[in-house]
Each structure stands twice: as structure tokens, then as C-alpha cells.
Design a protein around this ligand. Sequence first.
Ligand code: ZN
Length: 197
Amino acid sequence: MNIKELYQEIILEHGKNPRNLRKTENFNKEAIGKNPLCGDNVHIFLKLDENKKVEDISFEGSGCAISMASASIMTDLIKGKEEIEVKEIVNDFLGMIKENPDLKSKNLKEDEKTKLMCLSGVKQYPMRVKCATLSWHTLISAIDNTQEEINTEPDHHAPDHPPQRCAEADHRRPLRPLAPPRDQDVLAAERGRRGLR
Ligand code: ZN
């Protein structure tokens, strides 16, 4: 088995059986993240103890195998680490996914680095980078208590006009009885077509 196959195997395994897919009891930090382009969503629950050490971390959500595997691997290796270490690991991971050839963090053991390097294959696919980094950005939002929902596509997000409402309206339209066009409507349509309106 070559390294690519090994990486693929680990991702598939985590995607199929995500670790920590549950809600932490008595969590004291949380954040929500969304990647509308792929339909990934994640809700991170974090419990830091009095020494700012991660006592527990879990997530709920759904999405593609990459996003689920990434959240699963992340929660797995963040547990038990101190907040300051967590931030350093997140930065290291995001740096690796974006440009660095490997991980530099001294807070990661070799086997933990291998697990994170599994996700390095997404580098050449910008869309997949969003899937892989969603839970990591969401984790930072939870730690910093920004109360801000992470959205990989903030510009596409129009709260007054959610896409499903449009789709629903379109869907409902044919169910209404269609009134026969009145002369005025026909004339208006005619005018519109000729660009007079
Ligand atoms: Zn995805």
C-alpha cells in the first residue's frame, strides 16, 4: 500500500465512522460552521477545564466524507491538549493545507501528524480545501467565543432570501390554478417582449 492509498483509507474510515460525533455534556464553548458550496455543516462542542485544557470535544453535523473525516480526526487529536497548543496545531494544519509541504508543530506526535497529512491531498482542489478546513475554522470560533457562524461563502449568504425559500416558491407556483390571460396581460407581455417597458 503506498502513502496515497493509506491516506485515502484513513479518510474513508473516519468518514464512515466519525469519532466524537455526539454532543458534549456541559460544554462551555460552541460554534457552528457551514460550507454551502458542498452542503457541509458542523456544530462544535468544547469543554475546557479550569486550566484551559480540552476536557472534551465533540461535533454534530453532516457533509461529505472529507468534511466529516476532518472533523473526526481533529476532535480525536485535540482532546487533552491545552488551548494554546490547540491554536498552534490549527495554524499548523491550515498552513499545511494551504501551502506548507508538511506539519511543523511540536505539539503533535508522529502518528498524529500522519493522520493530519491524510488531508493534504485536498491541496490542489480549492473546493475541497473548504470541506477540510471548515471544522478547524469553527473550532477557533468556538475557542475565541466569537458567537459568529463560520460560513465559507459569506458573500453568497443572503439571510433575507434563503435559496430553499425560492425553490419552494417556484415549486408551489404550478399548483395554483392558472387564470386565463387577460387582454391587458397579453398586451403587457407583448410590450415587454419588444423591450418597450
Ligand atoms: Zn464537503
